[in-house]
Write a protein that binds this ligand. Sequence first.
Ligand code: NAP
Length: 338
Amino acid sequence: MNYRQLGNSGLFVYPLALGTMQFGWTADEQTGFDIMDAYIEAGGNLIDTADVYSRWAPGNPGGVSEEIIGRWLKTRKNRDTVLVATKVRGPMGHMGSEGRQTKHQREGLSRKWIMRACEDSLKRLQVDYIDLYQVHWLDPIIPIEETLSALTDLVRKGYVRYIGCSNFSAWRLMQALWASDKHGFERFVSIQPEYSIASPVREQFEREIARVCETYGVGVIPYSPLSGGFLTGKYQRDADLPDSERAKGIADSRFSEKNWAILDNLREVADNHQAHVAQVSLAWLLSKPYMTAPIVGANSVEQLKQLLPAADLVLDAHELEALNEVSDWPRTRTEREN
Ligand SMILES: NC(=O)c1ccc[n+]([C@@H]2O[C@H](COP(=O)([O-])OP(=O)(O)OC[C@H]3O[C@@H](n4cnc5c(N)ncnc54)[C@H](OP(=O)(O)O)[C@@H]3O)[C@@H](O)[C@H]2O)c1
């Protein structure tokens, strides 16, 4: 298995990262342990979480996914063989439950909150350091220099090895890279965008962000690479929705003639390889020159095992051309030439 360099960093990662947003939400702790065991056994080494996971589960103030990972890491002999990625930015705790604290002391990308949030994540994860600490999304109130300066201090203290961002637009990513160059701050080594062959924001990513990443050596670890489950093939035209917590949201955001045509095409390619539709969706992502490792979510070991062969699946030029043709977005002449 060829591990891939994460941008220009010294981290080498398995071509599929493991997402854990579902831990404590649609997957309980034991299932989470089993999924992580199966992932590591298959050669996987990058586990992605966030401080806020999963606040949308009833009664969860955030932090549960990190806590589950922390307890699982304690069952392992060597923590160093697992790369732990987490995130900061989202609101933590039950708002208003801590007396006079204001919203902006409990979330965001200020120096004050980043320092506190990192300490909290280290405790929940029960580790001395985080391999990749990511800014979950932009904080428009705080200058990027303050954020990068705080993140740089975390690296200097040894709490964090590398820093990355998520959900940044191309110009914000460039702004951050410039600020790092200018002030000698640590540099974002990766970005975590939403991206798949059927993503509603695919065009936004490919139009500008992907080109920044390729040019400046920023690793790409996209989330929702299966479009939240749509690209597994279990959603079908004119059929009842599958039994999934996410089904209604997927139906609202993904059901379109274009996406059904993409699925039909993925099925044909899957048949050529006697593979699963989801594996072909991931192999399409892995064919991109700027791609490091899609972050897959799985609610069971069975789901995960169906995805893992994608790491070795190579699509030929004709298959990629057909998939691109059915899924592509219109480009202007300037875009084609630049
Ligand atoms: N940075 C961000 O803002 C952000 C946002 C979202 C996610 N993330 C990260 O990215 C990770 C992945 O995101 P995601 O969960 O949206 O990814 P995804 O891989 O597109 O969707 C995962 C979902 O697809 C379904 N699925 C997966 N394998 C399947 C299989 N073999 N057969 C049938 N269904 C299957 C499961 O849902 P059901 O079983 O419920 O149908 C699963 O929860 C998260 O865990 C998190 O770490 C980051």
